[in-house]
Design a binder for this molecule. Structure first.
Ligand SMILES: Nc1ncnc2c1ncn2[C@@H]1O[C@H](COP(=O)(O)OP(=O)(O)OP(=O)(O)O)[C@@H](O)[C@H]1O
Length: 255
């Protein structure tokens, strides 16, 4: 849960893509705050702007207008320009994607260690962190294997470790359970919940599934590039049904 210390503050954010002779407004006047230690789900149907938002929060894309106050994450604010964008991503963000994005020729432990190798961290420190993370996700005995020898759920656990190894204040996850079956998704979401609680990292997770969103502390409902409502999870068995109900109501309302 949050203690109201702001990590990110998003104000009147818009993103317009130019596609041939047509403008696509992917984000329209998006306003929200992310709090320290908060697990926030961004929920919406396909095309509602979820990935666009995540890409902007990760400085992989620039907004068309509006502001993001990143002062809860970094000192400088010019994060959309190089070299700041790369530094911001490397130092402050852990990315987890639907399709894992692991390097297939490297072992599990090499994949996890890569962000620290790139930062020239000493071997002993890297080994200690890799061991700790492998234990957290119960993959110690798979450390010498390569990603393609692992199940989808195991590969996603490796990707989560890689995202965590620099201890970033912010984890951005785009449909991290999209390629996984129900039970595997549950165990991956439990890991997100656990790291959020134990390490106090803030998480922004994009999903179109009420079940996945119900693991978060708060859900922002996106529709047609706008935030239509939000839901504070009660952490009980009613969350999924309430999220589903609210999502359905939003989809059935006129734009
Ligand atoms: N690079 C781009 N160029 C042009 N239009 C884009 C681009 N990226 C996204 N869009 C458009 O912006 C809108 C929002 O897309 P976005 O990918 O953010 O949605 P989404 O909610 O993540 O969808 P999905 O769940 O299918 O990934 C869509 O209409 C999409 O076609």
């Amino acid at each position: 849960m949050n203690n109201n210390q702001t990590v990110l503050s998003v104000k009147k954010l818009t993103k317009v893509y130019q596609r041939a002779d047509k403008k696509v407004e992917a984000l329209k006047d998006v306003d929200f705050q992310l709090f320290k230690g908060e697990f926030l789900a961004i929920m919406g149907t396909s095309g509602s702007g979820k990935s666009t938002l995540l890409n902007i929060l990760g400085a992989m894309d620039e907004p068309t207008s509006g502001e993001i106050d990143f002062s809860g994450v970094v000192d400088h604010q010019n994060i959309f320009k190089e070299p700041y964008a790369t530094t911001y991503r490397r130092e402050n963000i852990g990315f987890v994607f639907q399709s894992f994005h692991l390097l297939k020729d490297l072992t599990v432990e090499e994949n996890i260690a890569m962000p620290l190798i790139l930062k020239n961290v000493d071997f002993a420190t890297i080994e200690e962190k890799v061991n700790e993370l492998l234990e957290l996700v119960q993959l110690t005995k798979w450390r010498k294997h390569r990603p393609l020898e692992l199940s989808g759920g195991q590969q996603q656990r490796v990707a989560i470790c890689r995202a965590l190894i620099t201890s970033p204040p912010l984890i951005l996850a785009d449909e991290p359970t999209g390629n996984l079956d129900f039970n595997t998704s549950h165990s991956i979401l439990d890991i997100f919940k656990e790291i959020n609680k134990s390490m106090r990292q803030s998480i922004v997770l994009v999903t179109h599934e009420p079940y996945v969103a119900s693991f978060a502390d708060r859900v922002l409902f996106f529709h047609d590039g706008r935030i239509k409502n939000e839901y504070q999870c009660r952490e009980d068995s009613s969350d999924m049904e309430r999220i589903m109900h609210e999502f359905k109501r939003i989809l059935e309302s006129p734009l």
